[in-house]
Design a binder for this molecule. Structure first.
Ligand SMILES: Cc1cc2nc3c(=O)[nH]c(=O)nc-3n(C[C@H](O)[C@H](O)[C@H](O)COP(=O)(O)OP(=O)(O)OC[C@H]3O[C@@H](n4cnc5c(N)ncnc54)[C@H](O)[C@@H]3O)c2cc1C
Length: 499
């Protein structure tokens, strides 16, 4: 710390909390709820750089923004979801707002607080956190016994846009969906959307009706699951007057059961699953459409998240001629659009780069442990929640294939159990450490890329901690195992070192 910073800090008021939660997205708000229920009396605050709650659902404002997994499982375990399974960002924010209001969480949340640094002192067993008010620029200081990192996994300020030759010569507008300009007028315009993941699948049907034409330009195809945006079981149970809490419990079980079967089949009989997925697409596009070229990925199903397409809306745009698919590679940008490697030119007034995220490790916060900068990539993860060499800190990193929030609920339970355990033991510090039997364990990359390999994870993998080859030293991304394993983790296992 510089001398000026020390001087500034010495005169500043420092607030203390037992637990400081970083981020007021779906994870941070959920953790705040669980703390109030499972660790009553805990002094905690939630800090967020944004000017409101919601995280992902506040940052993304592009047309059509919606979830791609169902809200029965993306919603919290403790608050039934009563709307259609696929929800808009607005509906998710309303739901989160109700959680905050019903549980009196608002007083705990401080918006417009961007955390810049977090320093751990083993002498004091304390984190010191420096945040900057985004409205006044003022530096604000906190101390906390425990840090609960709910900052998500990507940088909110800016999405990922590759550098293409000639970008500066393009006379139209280039827009990333993560920073969609409120004044963007796409009516009657020619739009090219680069990318064919969940974001493109959402934006394209939302704007196609107003544009002259939308072209989806993809380097390689993606899997989609078209289906109706309703849950028949939930509707039936509602007709039978079953209460919403019960409905939620049953419908979650059914969805999770079906997903489990699907995931296993995607591994055991990938070709059959692939054929089923493609048949679903063909049903919308008809026999003459070149599904092989535009909708048949080379990877097996589930290696990347599969976007659910409510009512097949993107396919309807293709059939109606308002949108078209081009599977090709970009040679360079030109004044008027994009020149493709095949020699074809795509003219555009607006180019939307739906090209993904920049992985963000620990909220871009400068971490130091006893005055030494933390090299996060050198630590080993315990269940994707805790990290060797980093005391009193848990990261809520959800699932990619199942709904994120399922894990946020499970990790919040774990943290509460850990905090209560520490209190009972009189411990001030817990750090995970490799046990003697772990010392020859191979250390691998954070994710098994054979199992799951989206571009943003591959780009950022070198920044993430290492994984071992035992269940306790990895984030398995397997909800169906973790739902039974996480609640019974032995907190007195030798991997947890208390002081
Ligand atoms: C468009 C889109 C759609 C998605 N749809 C789904 C879906 O349908 N189902 C699903 O399971 N997952 C989905 N995901 C993944 C999604 O990000 C997670 O499911 C979930 O919303 C993440 O919640 P979170 O609270 O952990 O993080 P985030 O939503 O990323 O929120 C993190 C918060 O932390 C704050 N923060 C970060 N760093 C700092 C700092 N240094 N100081 C202060 N505050 C900080 C941010 O401002 C932000 O508000 C989607 C992601 C995107 C981008």
């Amino acid at each position: 710390m510089t001398e000026t910073a020390t001087l500034t800090r010495s005169t500043a008021k420092i607030e203390h909390f037992d637990v400081l939660i970083v981020g007021a997205g779906i994870s941070g708000v959920g953790c705040a709820y669980h703390l109030t229920r499972q660790c009553p009396g805990t002094r905690f605050a939630v800090l967020d750089a944004l000017d409101g709650f919601g995280g992902t659902w506040k940052t993304h404002t592009y047309p059509g923004i919606r979830s791609d997994s169902d809200l029965y499982t993306f919603g919290y375990r403790f608050k039934p979801w009563v709307g259609p399974p696929i929800a808009t960002a607005g509906e998710i924010l309303t739901y989160m707002g109700e959680v905050i209001e019903e549980n009196h969480l608002a007083d705990h949340i401080r918006y417009k607080h961007k955390i810049a640094s977090a320093s751990w002192s083993s002498q004091d067993n304390l984190w010191t956190i420096e945040a900057r008010r985004t409205d006044t620029g003022e530096a604000v200081w906190f101390t906390a016994n425990f840090l609960l990192m709910c900052q998500g996994y990507y940088r909110h300020e800016q999405g990922y846009t590759p550098e293409w030759e000639g970008m500066e010569s393009f006379k139209g507008r280039i827009v990333h969906p993560q920073t969609w300009p409120a004044d963007l007028d796409y009516k009657g315009k020619k739009v090219v959307v680069i990318g064919s993941g969940a974001t493109a699948a959402t934006v394209v049907p939302a704007i196609a009706g107003d544009c002259e034409h939308v072209t989806v330009l993809q380097r390689s195809p993606t899997y989609f699951i078209p289906g109706v945006n309703q849950n028949e079981l939930a509707d039936t149970l509602r007709e039978l007057d079953i209460d919403e809490t019960r409905i939620n419990e049953i419908v979650r079980k059914k969805i999770l059961h079906d997903q489990d079967v699907f995931t296993r089949r995607a591994r055991s009989e990938p070709e059959v699953v692939k054929a089923e997925l493609l048949a679903g697409v063909r049903a919308f596009l008809g026999p003459d459409y070149d599904v092989d070229k535009h909708f048949t990925p080379t990877y097996r199903p589930w290696r990347q998240r599969i976007a659910f397409v409510p009512d097949g809306d993107i396919f309807k745009g293709l059939v109606a001629g308002k949108a078209s698919m081009v599977t090709d590679e970009i040679d360079r940008f030109t004044e008027k659009g994009i020149l493709l490697k095949s020699g074809q030119t795509l003219e555009a007034d607006i180019i939307v780069t739906a090209t993904g995220f920049n992985i963000n490790v620990l909220g871009d916060i400068d971490f130091t442990i006893d005055d030494k900068p933390l090299d996060f990539a050198q630590s080993v993860t315990h269940r994707g929640m805790m990290f060797t060499g980093v005391p009193n800190m848990v990261w809520v990193f959800g699932y990619f294939r199942a709904s994120w929030t399922l894990r946020a609920d499970l990790i919040a339970d774990f943290v509460c159990r850990m905090l209560n355990h520490m209190k009972a033991k009189g411990a001030k510090r817990v750090t995970v450490a490799l046990r003697p039997e772990d010392h020859n364990m191979p250390l691998l990359l954070w994710l098994d890329t054979e199992n799951f390999n989206p571009g943003y994870m591959l780009r950022g993998m070198h920044l993430l901690p290492k994984r071992g080859d035992k269940p306790e030293w990895q984030h398995s991304q397997d909800y169906w195992k973790e739902k039974d394993e996480l609640p019974v983790i032995d907190l007195d296992d030798a991997a947890f070192v208390y002081a």
